[in-house]
Design a protein around this ligand. Structure first.
Ligand SMILES: NC(=O)c1ccc[n+]([C@@H]2O[C@H](COP(=O)([O-])OP(=O)(O)OC[C@H]3O[C@@H](n4cnc5c(N)ncnc54)[C@H](OP(=O)(O)O)[C@@H]3O)[C@@H](O)[C@H]2O)c1
Length: 233
C-alpha cells in the first residue's frame, strides 16, 4: 500500500483516516466537497487535496488513478443518491486490484442475518422517516450504495460501525460477521478507532469481500468475549 485515496476526507471520520494513513507513510489523495477544503488545512502540506463532490465521476476517476487503496465515507445526506453515485464511481474507476473500504453503520446488512436491538430498529425507522420527509437524507441511498458494493467483484470491504463516540484511541476495534453476535453487544466505538480499522483493513486480506461489524476493543462486550475465548482456548 503506497498511494491511498480518501473520499470524503474532510469529515470527522475522514480526518482520522487521513492521520492514520499519514502515520503509515502513505501518499494521500484527499477528495472533499469544495466548501470543506479548509477543514483539511492541518494536513494541506502533506496531502494532495482534490476539491469536488464525491459523486462527480470524472473527478473520482482522476483521484483514484494509480491508487493501491481507496477509503470511502458513505453518507446518506441529501436525496440525490449521493452515496450511490459515490460508491459507483469508486467501483467503476479504482484500479481493478485496488483495496476498497467503505464506511457505514450497523443498519446495513449484507445477508439479512443480522439481529438488531429494538432501540436501533426504532431509531432507523423514525430517523429514516423524518429525514426523508424533510428531504434532509435518504437512508435507502446508503443501502443501495452498499448493495452495489456487495454485488461487485472488486476487492472491497464494507466496515459497519456501531454507535460512535469521540476520545483517544483504545486500539483496533474487534469485529464480527453479524450484528447480534455477543461480542458486539456494547454497541460503541471511538470514531478515531473506526478510522484505524478502515485504514488497517486495506492491508488485511482476511476482510476482502467481507462486511465486518465493529465495536471498541475496550468495551465490556469485547472484553468479556476475549476472556471467554481465552478461557475456552
Ligand atoms: N454518526 C454515527 O453515530 C455513526 C454510527 C455508525 C456509523 N457511522 C458511519 O460513519 C461514517 C462517518 O459518519 P459520521 O457521522 O461520523 O460523520 P463524518 O465523519 O463527519 O462524515 C460526514 C461526511 O458527510 C459529508 N456531508 C455532510 N453533509 C453533506 C451533504 N449535505 N451532502 C453530502 N455530503 C455531506 C461530510 O462532508 P463535508 O466535510 O464536506 O461536510 C463528511 O464527508 C458514515 O459512513 C456513517 O454511516 C456513523
Amino acid at each position: 500500500m503506497k498511494k491511498v485515496c480518501i473520499v470524503g476526507a474532510s469529515g470527522k471520520l475522514g480526518q482520522y483516516m487521513v492521520q492514520h494513513a499519514l502515520d503509515r507513510d502513505y501518499e494521500i489523495v484527499a477528495v472533499c466537497r469544495p466548501e470543506s477544503v479548509g477543514k483539511l488545512d492541518d494536513f494541506k502540506d502533506r496531502i494532495t487535496i482534490v476539491p469536488g463532490k464525491t459523486n462527480d465521476r470524472e473527478m473520482i476517476r482522476q483521484a483514484v488513478a494509480e491508487c493501491d487503496g481507496v477509503l470511502t465515507v458513505l453518507v446518506p445526506w441529501g436525496v440525490q443518491h449521493y452515496a450511490t453515485g459515490t460508491a459507483q464511481a469508486v467501483l467503476d474507476f479504482a484500479p481493478p486490484d485496488a483495496r476498497l473500504c467503505f464506511s457505514c453503520g450497523w443498519h446495513i446488512t449484507r445477508d439479512g442475518n443480522d439481529v438488531y436491538p429494538l432501540k436501533l430498529r426504532a431509531f432507523v425507522k423514525t430517523f429514516g422517516f423524518l429525514v426523508r420527509l424533510f428531504r434532509f437524507a435518504d437512508l435507502s441511498d446508503q443501502v443501495e450504495a452498499c448493495r452495489r458494493v456487495f454485488a461487485s467483484d472488486t476487492r472491497w470491504t464494507v466496515v459497519r460501525a456501531s454507535d460512535l463516540e469521540e476520545g483517544d484511541s483504545q486500539g483496533l476495534p474487534v469485529w464480527s460477521e453479524h450484528v447480534g453476535d455477543p461480542v458486539l453487544e456494547s454497541n460503541l466505538t471511538r470514531r478515531i478507532d473506526f478510522g484505524l480499522f478502515m485504514v488497517a483493513a486495506l492491508e488485511n486480506d482476511e476482510l476482502v469481500q467481507m462486511a465486518p461489524a465493529i465495536v471498541g476493543c475496550k468495551t465490556p462486550s469485547a472484553l468479556a468475549y476475549s476472556s471467554a475465548a481465552g478461557a475456552a482456548g
